[in-house]
Design a protein around this ligand. Structure first.
Ligand SMILES: Cc1cc2nc3c(=O)[nH]c(=O)nc-3n(C[C@H](O)[C@H](O)[C@H](O)COP(=O)(O)OP(=O)(O)OC[C@H]3O[C@@H](n4cnc5c(N)ncnc54)[C@H](O)[C@@H]3O)c2cc1C
Length: 446
């Protein structure tokens, strides 16, 4: 029988424990006390920041934990249709203005704060009879014999013990030490890609302002390389609250004092968010968070060890601006479940590949958007891609088909290739032509 240790009891670790619990006894090792976990705990310092659950992630979580959305709604979280418009739904503002209106029949955006979401997931997962939590302990090393995992070394203060295991999963987040642990066992190095978009956030919780709720329920103002490094997001949260995240790319970090926070919002290229703030009551301090780097660890390129895989931010820690992390973790957990149900001889190697395949699309999308901020030299292909993205965002202000394709990618209901659909390519080219020749466009319909 497989004995499994999952290191990390946050979103990726909990969801992985859930799927592996179908087939084995699972011990989750977590430094924080999960039984007494307060809203904001040391192991998840990003929990004060707004966390959007993208439509595809919401669907994946519902598949893993049926009834989750109803539970979140009962706890006061609004569930909104994922449609958007210049003055309604989820209002997306690109460098050239608000995107055209797009309706959505089935997709939703769940307005739950990160603590509410994680607490609800944790309660469900830890009720599983085959999942046990060892709080106050951290993974400190891997026992490997002849290329195969035999145990997890676990530390509690000055005491270290070894838990016998055939399968160890690293879900310890973006600061994962498993590359070093594998190196100590003579395995690796783990190939990795790193970018430095130097993103800083400042975030504050508010009582929900009344006027935007009549029209739009959330907004996101995007940055523009070379012109505007500022980002602003207002996301709905439970019990008539909302979370405002102000951000800056390329080392432009937003201030955390009251006046500076408002000024940063005022100087965004769109007035909507600042107008909403003028009538909103703050419910918290301003919390700052900086993520200088994003990283993709290529564990799937390792031949060994059998019995080890990583998941979640330990594999791909994205620029948080795109709100992908939790959704990717949920999709990766679903992919691991699919692997498990195929019962391969080497589960861990197949899981490493499956996780890498899920992370690849969101990583390439985020890396493409980050590249202009990193100061790295861009190839000709990069320049063509960046210029096309600019044209898409411009066209999306007037064309619902282009706006819809962009929204699908942002919500992860489609991959980056959605922007290469013939209808989208044609409309972007037409828009560009009209812009260049300064002529009004013909009316566009979906
Ligand atoms: C500022 C910011 C904003 C974000 N916004 C969004 C968003 O809007 N939408 C979204 O989907 N995602 C967002 N994310 C990403 C999201 O937080 C993560 O993708 C998500 O939490 C899944 O991460 P994880 O479970 O892999 O790691 P984490 O959530 O980072 O958790 C790691 C866990 O491992 C534990 N741990 C650490 N070391 C050890 C060890 N040695 N042994 C055992 N356990 C250990 C920690 O205590 C913690 O519980 C954001 C991230 C940041 C930084």
């Amino acid at each position: 029988m497989t004995r499994t240790v999952v290191a990390g009891g946050s979103m990726a670790g909990l969801l992985t424990a859930l799927v592996l619990g179908e087939d084995s006894d699972v011990t989750v090792v977590e430094p924080d006390d999960l039984a007494a976990a307060p809203d904001h705990r040391a192991g998840v310092p990003q929990s004060t920041q707004a966390h959007v659950l993208l439509s595809r992630g919401a669907a994946a979580l519902e598949e893993l934990l049926p009834g989750l959305q109803a539970e979140l709604a009962a706890a006061g979280a609004p569930i909104h249709p994922a449609g958007m418009g210049p003055d309604s739904g989820f209002r997306m503002v690109g460098p050239d203005g608000p995107f055209a209106a797009v309706t959505s029949e089935t997709d939703v955006i769940v307005g739950a704060s990160r603590p509410l979401l994680e607490r609800t997931v944790r309660r469900r997962v830890l009720a599983h009879p085959r999942i046990d939590v060892h709080s106050g302990r951290r993974l400190s090393g891997l026992e490997v014999d002849a290329g195969r995992i035999t145990g997890a070394r676990v530390r509690a203060g000055a005491t270290e013990e070894t838990l016998a295991a055939d399968l160890v999963v690293d879900a310890t987040g973006r600061h994962s030490r498993s590359p070093q642990m594998l190196a100590a066992a003579g395995i690796g190095p783990v190939p990795e890609v790193e970018f430095r978009p130097a993103v800083g956030y400042a975030s504050r919780r508010y009582r929900r302002p009344t006027s935007p709720s009549a029209g739009w329920h959330g907004t996101m103002v995007l940055a523009r390389p070379g012109e505007n490094p500022r980002i602003g997001t207002l996301l709905p949260a439970e019990n008539d609250t909302c979370i405002v995240n102000l951000g800056g790319m390329g080392g432009h970090y937003p201030p955390t004092d009251d006046d500076g926070f408002r000024r940063w919002a005022r100087d965004l290229p769109d007035p909507g968010l600042h107008e909403a703030l003028t009538e909103a009551t703050p419910l918290s301090e301003v919390h700052a968070y900086r993520t200088p780097t994003t990283r993709l660890r290529r564990f799937e390129r390792l031949r060994a060890p059998r019995g080890f895989f990583a998941i979640g931010d330990a594999v791909a820690s994205f620029n948080p601006v795109y709100g992908q992390g939790m959704s990717v973790a949920a999709l990766e957990a679903l992919a691991v479940r699919a692997v498990l149900r195929r019962a391969p001889r080497d589960l861990a190697t197949a899981a490493r590949r499956a996780v890498a395949a899920v992370a690849a699309g969101p990583w390439s999308l985020a890396a493409g958007q980050d590249r202009p901020w990193t100061g790295d030299r861009r190839s000709v292909l990069d320049r063509v891609r960046d210029s096309y993205l600019r044209a898409v965002q411009s066209s999306a202000t007037e064309d619902p088909v282009v706006a819809g394709a962009f929204a699908e990618i942002l919500m992860m209901t489609a991959g980056p290739s959605a922007l290469m659909r013939p209808a989208v390519l044609g409309r972007v080219a037409t828009h560009r032509w009209h812009r260049r020749h300064d002529r009004p466009e013909m009316e566009v319909t979906r």
